[in-house]
Design a protein around this ligand. Structure first.
Ligand code: BES
Ligand code: MN
Ligand code: ZN
Length: 532
């Protein structure tokens, strides 16, 4: 027996049971230090592809490194292309052991998201190299262009994003990586360091919330079912005195008349839950502040039910809870930011499975609103649970209701995997969400949900049916939902395709993306700032 095997056995004996890997801890700070002197494992600087010459900081570093930066550029090994990186090793000429050049693309096209992605890219490389300490001077290339606090926020979000790994079930040691990465944003100017520090705070909270969402989404359906998801929500609520959590079990769901959630959940042994998180800020002014209802689809596994899906890639349907989890993440961030706004996180959760107790094609379901729905396809289950969630938000008298869901393959066909579909009944709200998309780098594109589409969702034998014709599936789905928002300001985000990276990229590990956490939180921050 090899030594390694012996050690493995010993470890198991010591622990009784192997401890699951936690997600990589990211510790973010800002520090005033000279760029040349900065002692670190890895120093990151940014370069634009169309820059005529090196900026001041890069020029200084280049000089100390005997022209090494110029050389990689001259050799054509680094062109400043967005997403590209090159590592240069120093031998004591500068404080950093390694310098990483991060490409920022064309200067005039650069946005805060360029910075967010560059930070993610560098963080991803640092984790790949198993480095525990990284210093970022990425913002320097931009001068003061977006403001130092805003730049720090984006960098902080990007750092969390790039450091993220999902490996809690990987027991093999080859997959070892740092448990903690210390990241500092550095500048040699006191005022700018102060601004960077200010900006890190919200970025750190939002970045953490997104990683939290990614882990919950990545967990498979045998680990997370509706009840386990409810436990996660309760856990969140325990951590903040401004959060409360109510969970309805299957009996309470039935008693309330939430026929949609009940029907979708009826085929599984894992019973449905209706999860409600309520956030109210401290102080007595809460009653006068606006109330936003976020409604997220949480199908912990979507087999299609009796209208069963094909086998290929069905495993990915563990991610069909991502809308609900984006809501969890946004509520977590809202509470930690202490935003002056009331928020309901409404998460209908069910597992869509085929069995003798499943709902069937042909069934007529009475939803929480009182409207009846003829089920024509059990795989169109998202709208069946969301309609009850929307009605609940209406009942709570939310001023604004936003739902988010991996709702239709049709949305992916229409928009690909770069933008989420955005529908709604209020132009101002749509504009606000468009703006939140610009701020957060989580993109959306407007799509219709008007009367023509709603017409297709009428049933001959009930008020509605749950599928439309072959065409415009994302729009007919939205038109179905629209009717449950009544006269409230409502928007719908179809995030099908956005919830997952099918392959690892230079800035993200494959798997759940946490899409929506940044978008929703940006929207809420803007509302709280009243400039939305
Ligand atoms: N969860 C799926 C939509 C989906 C598909 C999300 C692929 C992510 C990737 C949804 O419940 C579904 O099955 N929708 C059907 C609707 C149809 C039956 C009207 C679809 O898109 O095919
Ligand atoms: Mn489905
Ligand atoms: Zn689904």
């Amino acid at each position: 027996m090899s030594k390694i095997r012996l050690r493995a056995i010993k470890k198991r004996k010591d622990n009784g049971r192997r401890k699951m890997r936690e997600i990589i801890d990211v510790n973010l700070k800002a520090r005033k230090v000279d760029f040349i002197e900065c002692q670190t494992e890895l120093l990151a600087v940014g370069l634009f592809s169309d820059a005529k010459r090196l900026d001041k900081v890069n020029e200084q570093l280049n000089k100390k490194l005997a022209g090494a930066i110029e050389r990689v550029i001259e050799l054509g090994d680094f062109k400043g292309k967005a997403g590209s990186t090159t590592v240069i090793y120093s031998s004591g000429q500068i404080g950093a052991k390694r310098l990483i050049l991060a490409g920022l693309g064309e200067k005039k096209k650069a946005t805060l998201d360029t910075l967010r992605k560059a930070a993610a890219n560098v963080a991803n490389k640092a984790v790949g190299m198993k480095l525990g300490k990284v210093s970022l001077a990425l913002h320097r290339a931009f001068g003061g262009r977006f403001g130092f606090a805003a730049m720090a926020g984006s960098i902080a979000e990007g750092t969390h994003f790039g450091c993220y790994r999902y490996d809690e079930f990987v027991t093999a040691d080859e997959n070892s990586r740092p448990d903690l990465v210390e990241v500092e944003l550095i500048d040699n100017n006191t005022a700018q360091v102060r601004d960077l520090r200010k900006g890190i705070l919200p970025g750190d909270i939002i970045g953490k919330a997104q990683s939290y969402a990614r882990t919950l989404s990545n967990r498979p359906a045998n680990v997370i079912n509706p009840d386990k998801l409810a436990d996660a929500a309760k856990e969140l609520a325990k951590k903040s005195e401004n959060l409360s959590c109510t969970v309805l079990d299957e009996k309470q769901i039935a008693a309330k008349g939430m026929g949609g959630v009940l029907a979708v959940g009826s085929g599984s042994q894992n019973k449905p839950r209706f999860i409600v998180l309520k956030y109210s800020p401290s102080g007595k002014a809460a009653g006068r502040l606006p109330t936003v209802g976020l409604v997220g689809k949480a199908i912990t596994f979507d087999s299609g039910g009796i209208s069963i899906k094909p086998a290929a890639k069905m495993d990915q349907m563990k991610l069909d809870k991502s809308g609900g989890i984006a809501v969890l993440g946004a509520v977590k961030a809202t509470a930690e930011l202490g935003l002056p706004i009331n928020v309901y996180g409404i998460i209908p959760a069910a597992e869509n499975m085929p069995s003798g107790t499943s709902y069937r094609p042909g069934d007529i379901i009475t939803t929480f609103s009182g409207k009846t729905v003829e089920v024509q396809n059990t795989d169109a289950e998202g709208r069946m649970i969301l309609c009850d969630g929307l009605s609940y938000a209406v009942e709570q008298n939310c001023d604004v209701i936003i739902d988010i869901a991996t709702l239709t393959g049709a949305c992916m066909v229409a928009l690909g995997k770069y933008m989420a579909g955005l529908m709604g009944n209020d132009n101002k709200l749509l504009k606000q969400l468009q703006r939140a998309a610009d701020d957060s780098g989580e993109k959306v594109w407007p799509m219709p949900s008007s009367e023509e589409y709603a017409e297709e969702m009428k049933s001959k034998i009930a008020d509605l049916k749950n599928i439309g014709s072959r065409w415009g599936g994302a729009c007919t789905a939205a038109a179905f939902l629209r009717q449950f928002a009544k006269d409230k300001k409502w928007a719908h985000l179809d995030i099908a395709g956005m919830e997952v990276f099918e392959k690892s990229t230079e800035f993200a590990m494959q798997g759940a993306s946490g899409f929506g956490v940044r978008l929703l939180t940006s929207y809420l921050m803007n509302v709280a700032k009243k400039k939305a």
